[in-house]
Write a protein that binds this ligand. Structure first.
Ligand SMILES: Cc1cc2nc3c(=O)[nH]c(=O)nc-3n(C[C@H](O)[C@H](O)[C@H](O)COP(=O)(O)OP(=O)(O)OC[C@H]3O[C@@H](n4cnc5c(N)ncnc54)[C@H](O)[C@@H]3O)c2cc1C
Length: 386
């Protein structure tokens, strides 16, 4: 990964800010209203993203990606966070787990995701296994050299119908000092494989137009070359990259909070009641003060995590703290923005209600706030023997 100077980071920030304003925001209302991204708009965003050098910016240059450093990726995710996932997801940042591809898998899965010829899904969650992922029912059993996959996944999200899914399934049991532990393996499963059914699933009111897919597997035969990484090491492979994903959620929350804060401040300065700007009432002005302080604190937490990631010292706890604080901060900022707008905050004619709906998801995906608190509190208590 290359490292850039702060001048290059500033140039990147203004380029991405312009990209978001010109290529993404103009489609927000239409997409929210339709509940889908028209294919031509999605393809246009994809093409413009490639022209701007933003496509697959997170992956190494050696395989055709942008090779951007963490600070640059933080800038991109923060600016993209100001708009809808349904739109910026067309500028793919393929999951880094694909860097685990080996041999023929590189040409078959990794490279096409870098060029945009293929799209992937990350399929972990199941209808009965959300936070408690180890209770997953999806399983694969050996049949000679092959594997036979059965099970289902839901809430698996992406901007458009994918070409393949990275599917996590139980492939056996390990004996450990703390009892039996399920072996989870990641498989690369092509759409179109007999027995693999994929369709658009539940429709989220956050980021309308960002699809969630329901996947089902009925005796799907997979060759040994469709295992990503090593058999039984799927979660370890995913875990290597999940932390950075949580930091990017944090950066994205800061971007959205900044946008909402700007709207709230503007409204508070201009809306008059009782003969004066509502911002002059402490009940409103103090809300703005709290929003500003919390946003600054959230940005500093992201800064700190990026610095730790650069020095190779970032832990899962650091990433959980960023995800927890930034998503909860966004929730408070979004709610205060609606409150400052009063009734107008809930009207479809202004974007506040849409950003408020979009914000809600951030406390849920990539591990709920309760799960982040669980991770942090275990790290505090485990060394104390509790
Ligand atoms: C729009 C959208 C897109 C998504 N995209 C993907 C994707 O691409 N790939 C993917 O694999 N998943 C995806 N997810 C799934 C997401 O990660 C899960 O929704 C999330 O992990 C929570 O699981 P759940 O919804 O089943 O809630 P549950 O696990 O049922 O949790 C319900 C409530 O119980 C609480 N809870 C559960 N366990 C505990 C505990 N131990 N302690 C305290 N509280 C607890 C939770 O915090 C939550 O408040 C997506 C979800 C959504 C909504």
């Amino acid at each position: 990964m290359s490292s850039s100077t702060s001048h290059e980071h500033e140039m990147l920030r203004s380029m991405v800010t312009r990209f978001v304003a010109e290529e993404l925001m103009p489609h927000e209302e239409l997409v929210d209203c339709l509940g889908e991204v028209p294919e031509d708009i999605g393809r246009q965003i994809e093409a413009r993203g490639k022209e701007a050098g933003l496509f697959a910016a997170n992956l190494p240059e050696a395989i055709g990606g942008g090779g951007l450093d963490y600070e640059s990726m933080r800038i991109i995710e923060r600016e993209f966070g100001k708009t809808s996932h349904a739109l910026h997801a067309w500028v793919a940042r393929p999951t880094e787990i694909l860097l685990g591809c080996e041999g023929d898998q590189i040409a078959r899965y990794l490279t096409p995701c870098v060029t945009g010829e293929k799209r992937e899904l990350f399929a972990l969650t199941e209808p009965e296994a959300g936070s408690d992922i180890m209770s997953m029912k999806s399983n694969a059993k050996r049949d000679g050299r092959d594997w036979i996959l059965n099970g289902s996944k839901h809430f698996i999200s992406g901007p458009t119908m994918p070409d393949f899914a990275i599917v996590f399934a139980v492939t056996g049991l390990d004996e450990t000092p703390r009892g039996q532990r399920r072996r989870v393996t990641a498989f690369l499963v092509d759409v179109g494989t007999p027995g693999f059914d994929i369709k658009i699933g539940n429709r989220s009111v956050s980021y309308r137009g960002y699809n969630t897919y329901a996947l089902s597997f009925s005796d799907v035969r997979l060759g040994p070359d469709q295992i990503l990484g090593k058999e039984g090491e799927g979660l370890e492979l995913a875990g290597k990259w999940l932390g950075m994903g949580r930091v990017w959620v944090g950066a994205s929350c800061c971007g959205k909070a900044e946008r909402m804060f700007g709207m709230a401040a503007d409204w508070a300065a201009n809306r008059k009641q009782f003969g004066q700007a509502i911002g002059k009432f402490q009940g409103t002005g103090f809300k703005l003060a709290d929003m500003a302080v919390e946003l600054r604190a959230a940005d500093l937490l992201v800064d700190d995590a990026v610095r730790r990631a650069n020095s190779g010292t970032m832990t899962d706890i650091d990433a959980s703290m960023v995800k927890l604080y930034c998503s909860e901060m966004l929730h408070r900022v979004a709610d205060s923005t609606v409150q400052i707008f009063g009734g107008m905050g809930l009207m479809e004619e202004v974007p506040v209600q849409r950003l408020w709906r979009d914000s809600r998801l951030e406390r849920i995906w990539d591990g709920t706030s309760e799960i982040q608190r669980h991770i942090i509190s275990r790290a505090i208590l485990r060394p104390l023997g509790a």
